[in-house]
Design a protein around this ligand. Sequence first.
Ligand code: LER
Ligand code: MN
Length: 282
Amino acid sequence: MKIGVSAFAWTTEFGEEDSGILANLREHGLEGFEIPMFDPAALDAAGIRRAFKASRIECTVCAILPQGINPISPDAGARKKAHSHLVQCVETCAELGAHLLGGPVYAPIGFLPGRRRTQDEWKWAIEEFQALGDALDAHGVDIAIEPVNRSETFFLNTASEAASFCDAVAHPRVGAMIDTFHANIEEKSIPAAVKTLGNRLKHLHISENDRSLLGSGHVEFPAILSALRQIDYDGYLMIEGFAYSTDPRNKLGALWADVNVSPEDIAFQGAAYLQNLMRQTN
Ligand code: LER
Ligand code: MN
């Protein structure tokens, strides 16, 4: 297992000008850094790739679909547009040198029609991720579909739903991920959720129940780590915290405002906490 940290602790708009963040990661045992992807065309992929290479840090991507880009829209034209968008996300991952594309990529965050998921929506999403298979193979990118909590989506909330979804798509590059912040709300047991996903688990957002410092809240990280070891998980423990920031680009972070927690605290204290846990857990 490797440790990484998401750009969300600092900013929602990472660019080459933020490359100073990458320079200090390795000395704290962080090997990966995850960047957000809203509009792939807006990223300077070549510049970002240069910055990662210079710091010897691996890039992973968290895609958040913009409003209007919706693979489960009832409008076939909108679904087609979503397919082009997702193909572009995969291509941009390849340009960035990233091999892992995670996130709630089945619908925009906050798309909540006020009813349960329909069979048509389930079918459209399966078809979409099957249709992405060729692009994933061509670019050597794996996708990790992220269930999120009920305030952010009605479509996929639990590991068990994600496991059924992956099995229906049945493509080796299409798997799922767990975000312990969301799972803390939706799962009866996060270790059991890890075991439910087994080898479908391609990525992990490791996050305290309030998105703050790991170990400062009530998520049971020791038991989660044991479960990850039991399924031979060898992906990232990607720290996803949202620190308070006065930077207007940190729109999501504003939700998690806490003046006592800096991005560096989230990253470096989080990494130290996980390293210690990894030494203690077998
Ligand atoms: C993205 O990884 C995530 O967890 C979302 O809740 C962000 O809005
Ligand atoms: Mn997440």
